[in-house]
Design a protein around this ligand. Structure first.
Ligand SMILES: *Cc1c(COP(=O)(O)O)cnc(C)c1O
Length: 371
């Protein structure tokens, strides 16, 4: 039988995720499987939880890796907190805010949105204005909008939301592991992320955390959480306490990989990792600008790990991406929604965020653009 995996190329992943995976993480994935109720596996689970709490800067007891990708993390946060008719305010400045609106709406929430121009951040004053005299149960925002490369001021927004008394729900899929994420200090009540962006693990795990206030809100529900698989009341009985209760079979080898990724992160140290992202970003932007290319986002709002670059008018953007992939073995991303065809999205996420990778891309891009 032919096996396509025999011909897998080593592609430098510089798109919006997945990012490059460290050899140690691939090796961890190939570790022998054991039972999901095995005492040794439960020890690994406890270590994962502790490392995750450290990564998120939280003391929340309800901090677990959900079996699924970042979107499963999004769904987990909303499905546990929303009951039909609840008022939810979604702050939107790109694709992933839009996805939150869709998810919350499907759960029967009364969703309102506050939209900001794509390529710009959420403006805290506008949020304060919108909340004045209103009562929302949840306010949600994306920290790092991967569709545009913009960072929103989640700490400032958190102060406003806390004052209002709503639960504060934050998407940190792209930010976690690339720039500081401080769940407790920001007053975050529910947060999700994903394994394949700056955590540099393959896709398949979504860290989530819920504050005590959020746990209380889940406990005070009048109706059952409508999604069995993501119901934190049950999931936590497997992840916490002396007597672990089977819920669903944990993705054992995926969790080995996730564990190893977190170990690598804390061996290197978050601060040096943030600097590594910043250095790679600075080098990339300088190189792109030297080639006459322009960034979509104003410097003060730019994310280091996701760089939106304007495609020059006379260039076939898809042809350049295909050439980078086929000739140079480098993946970069396309624009989404209203930005499709207008930008490239270049990721310097996690293990990928190294100046040598940036230099390789710049040189390949120069060749393809005829520079
Ligand atoms: C990638 C991403 C998601 C979705 O994660 P998946 O792993 O693709 O399901 C959600 N939010 C943001 C900001 C993302 O970048």
């Amino acid at each position: 039988m032919k096996n396509l995996l025999d011909h897998m190329e080593d592609v430098l992943l510089m798109g919006p995720g997945p990012s490059c995976v460290h050899e140690a993480v691939y090796k961890a994935m190939a570790t022998r499987s054991i039972g999901h109720m095995d005492f040794y596996f439960i020890e690994i689970m406890d270590e994962i939880k502790a490392l995750l709490m450290k990564t998120l800067n939280t003391q929340n007891r309800l901090t677990v890796p959900v079996s699924g990708t970042g979107s499963a993390g999004m769904e987990t946060c909303f499905v546990n907190l929303i009951e039909p008719g609840d008022r939810v305010l979604v702050l939107i400045n790109g694709v992933f805010g839009k996805r939150m609106e869709d998810v919350a709406g499907r759960l029967g929430a009364q969703v309102e949105t506050l939209e900001f121009e794509w390529g710009t951040p959420v403006i805290p004053d506008k949020v304060a204005e919108k909340l004045k005299g209103e009562r929302f149960k949840i306010v949600s925002v994306v920290h790092a909008e991967t569709s545009t490369g913009v960072e929103s001021p989640v700490e400032e927004i958190g102060k406003i939301v806390t004052q209002h008394g709503a639960l504060y729900l934050v998407d940190t899929v792209t930010s976690l592991g690339g720039i500081p994420v401080e769940a407790d200090r920001w007053g975050v009540d529910a947060l999700y992320s994903g394994s394949q962006k700056c955590l540099s693990c393959p896709p398949g795990i979504a860290p989530v955390t819920f504050s005590d206030r959020a746990v209380e809100a889940i406990g005070a529900r009048k109706s059952k959480v409508p999604n069995w698989y993501l119901d934190m009341n049950m999931v936590i009985q497997y992840w916490d306490g002396a007597n672990r209760v089977y819920h669903h079979t944990a993705p054992i080898n995926m969790l080995y990989a996730f564990y190893q990724s977190l170990l690598l992160i804390h061996e290197e140290g978050l601060m040096s990792i943030f600097n590594r992202h910043r250095n790679a970003h600075d080098r990339l932007v300088a190189g792109l600008e030297k080639m006459g290319l322009q960034m979509l986002v104003a410097p003060e709002y730019r994310l280091p790990m996701l760089n939106a670059v304007k495609v020059p008018g006379d260039i076939d953007e898809a042809a350049v991406r295909v050439a980078l992939r086929k000739t140079h073995k480098i993946e970069i991303g396309a624009g989404l929604g209203p930005l499709a065809g207008k930008i490239w999205r270049i990721g310097v996420m996690g293990h990928t965020a190294r100046v040598e990778n940036v230099d390789r891309l710049l040189s390949a891009l120069k060749t393809e653009l005829g520079g």
